[in-house]
Ligand binder design. Sequence first.
Ligand code: SF4
Ligand code: SF4
Length: 255
Amino acid sequence: MDLIHGIQETMRIKTFAMKKGADLAGIADLGLLAGIPTKPGNLLEGFTVAVSVGVRLNDSVLDGMQDRPTSLYAHVHRMANTLLDHITFDVAREILGTGYDAIPIPASEAANIAEKLDTTKAQELDWRPLTSSTLPSKAVARAAGLGWFGKSLLIVNPEIGPRFRHASVITNMPLTPDTPLRSRCGTCEECVKACPAKAIRGLRFDGVPPPREEVLDFPRCRDTLWLDFKNIHDVGYPICGVCIASCPWGRRRQQ
Ligand code: SF4
Ligand code: SF4
């Protein structure tokens, strides 16, 4: 595939994803993700890029949240994951139809497992399979230029902030990668102040984040989601959304 054809095919695949319901689409150079943990460990062998897609969450639902998830947020979170899985499945099929290889990466693994589990007792849980994924979607979204890693470790897009969910398709189709964005968090600490678990440390960084424990007290966040919020009536799985709702990027102006 020559350069011009590669650019045209990149536009075509992004447009295809948008027509299927994506609000954001970008291409990640998998070379930027060398050494990233995957399940299985050799998942990325033979693949060169990932198509990262984003589906926007509902502003009114996010604006209606205070310090915990609501049943409406659980609904839009679930539906966004379902739509993402349909989009990535279709994008992979479209790529396979051109003769290249492609695998859709599930958007909602932890959520799917969580719905089947009684999580009222931390000591009975093995957290590892519940909090690791086939391929970390945030790192792919950042490499694809969908946004920067915020202090909350959410991906923050300049237009819609962290108000979206994302998923990806890995492929060997020679698509043209996008460029990662620089952090625009600056001195903001809105998510630090809003976090109900007091888990966000407020560390300033740019690009690939330092080890997670330096940025977040992850066990505090995880335990709040899995042991408290999952057990809220009509929520039912480990979500929060407070750091999403609190970020000034993408928040609608007050009337
Ligand atoms: S998901 Fe909730 S508990 Fe976890 S860091 Fe964000 S605001 Fe804090
Ligand atoms: S709330 Fe502020 S610090 Fe947190 S991710 Fe958004 S811009 Fe960055």
